[in-house]
Design a protein around this ligand. Structure first.
Ligand code: PLP
Length: 370
């Protein structure tokens, strides 16, 4: 399923730094934590101050840019990246569309803060995104597959309609990463992502980034970081850089395993319904085949009720009961506990890097006990 572009990028990523080294340079990326830089005389383009410049961020952004095939700006979390994209594109009097069933903090940020600044915020279900058109909407925020429901919408069709209506399309690509879906290639103006998830991959850092091929948008997002001070720590940037070196191998294993796990679990009698875009029976499978190169590592499992769902998570030896996803270790949670509009028995499973036969055995046995 991996196309040539993904393989080339994965290989280049591992040699990106090495190919620019001089004799005696460290092969691994140095971690630079300086707030001050040696700056005699006129400031003439060199690194000046730690809120604006950092060589470790720059190396990370260079790597992210290879991954996204677009210039990138790193942020201290996914929400910091989303804030940068929204606050640097929206003005008072404009209208923002966000998914009613997407990541809930994006919705809260919009309704709580952007609306106070004179932005009209409207919501729509992911599956109906393109249905009512985009006239009069200035910024359209898309999340596909939606987190947690795993519904899809057509990025190419939406981006084309939004652009024809004079708006900007921002796609949150957190659940897929560039190794699963490339929204900029499908016509989106901006990609935002939480690198806290699969890109970091070890549940030990928070980071995010914005990617765009449009110089004016890139400049606005960079200025936002500089002036708001929402800057990543060099430490987290260094850790994420290291995580990215194994992203392709982890993501490939996680997606493959998720496909196999989904196939087995969907047949279990305790499962009321199961969402995984890679299953031929999934309502979004056709669209998934058209716009995704892998089908992701998230599975949406609906069991009969809250108790059954909690018992299933508890009975598994290999599902960490935790919020967030994308780690090397599989994890799961009942999303209704945060108020997401899903059934009480809905469990979002994030498949990790455990050997798949062990996972299938463990999850099957856990379902048998509920
Ligand atoms: C986790 C997540 C975010 C927020 O990322 P943080 O790194 O926690 O700030 C945004 N969008 C989606 C889809 C997410 O899953």
């Amino acid at each position: 399923m991996t196309d040539k572009q993904d393989s080339d990028i994965a290989a280049q990523l591992l040699h990106l730094r090495g190919q620019g080294l001089s004799k005696g340079d460290p092969v691994a990326l140095p971690l630079v934590t300086s707030s001050m830089f040696h700056l005699p005389g006129d400031p003439d383009g060199g690194a000046a101050y730690g809120r604006v410049d950092n060589p470790t961020w720059e190396a990370l952004e260079h790597t992210l840019a290879l991954l996204e095939d677009a210039p990138c700006v790193a942020f201290p979390s996914g929400m910091a990246a989303i804030s940068a994209a929204l606050f640097s594109t929206l003005k008072a009097g404009q209208t923002l569309l966000v998914p009613s069933d997407g990541y809930y903090v994006t919705r809260l940020l919009s309704s709580r803060f952007l609306s106070q600044l004179g932005v009209t915020v409207i919501e729509r279900e992911t599956v109906r995104y393109a249905q009512d058109g985009f006239d009069g909407i200035d910024v359209v925020f898309v999340e596909t597959p939606s987190n947690p429901g795993l519904d899809l919408c057509d990025i190419a069709a939406i981006s084309a309609q939004v652009s024809a209506a004079g708006g900007i399309t921002i796609v949150d690509n957190t659940t897929m990463t560039p190794f699963g879906q490339r929204p900029l290639d499908l016509g989106a103006d901006i990609v935002v992502a939480s690198d806290t998830k699969a890109p970091g991959g070890h549940s030990d850092l928070l980071m995010g980034h914005v990617a765009t091929r449009q110089p004016a948008l890139l400049e606005a997002v960079t200025d936002w970081r500089k002036m708001s001070g929402a800057i990543p720590s060099p430490n987290a940037a260094w850790q994420l850089h290291r995580g990215l070196e194994t992203l392709e191998v982890r993501f490939d294993r996680m997606c493959r395993s998720a496909g196999q796990v989904a196939e087995v679990l969907t047949q279990h009698s305790a499962v009321k319904s199961l969402r995984y875009p890679g299953l031929p029976t999934d309502p979004s499978h056709g669209l998934a085949q058209a716009q995704m190169s892998r089908f992701g590592f998230l599975i949406g499992l609906t069991l009969s009720d809250k108790t059954t769902a909690e018992r299933f998570i508890e009975a598994s030896a290999y599902l960490r009961p935790a919020t967030s996803f994308g780690g090397v270790h599989s994890s799961a949670e009942r999303r209704a506990r945060w108020g997401d509009a899903v059934a009480d028995g809905f469990v979002r499973i994030s498949i990790g890097c455990e050997p798949v036969d062990v996972l299938i055995r463990d999850l099957g046995a856990a379902l048998d006990t509920v």
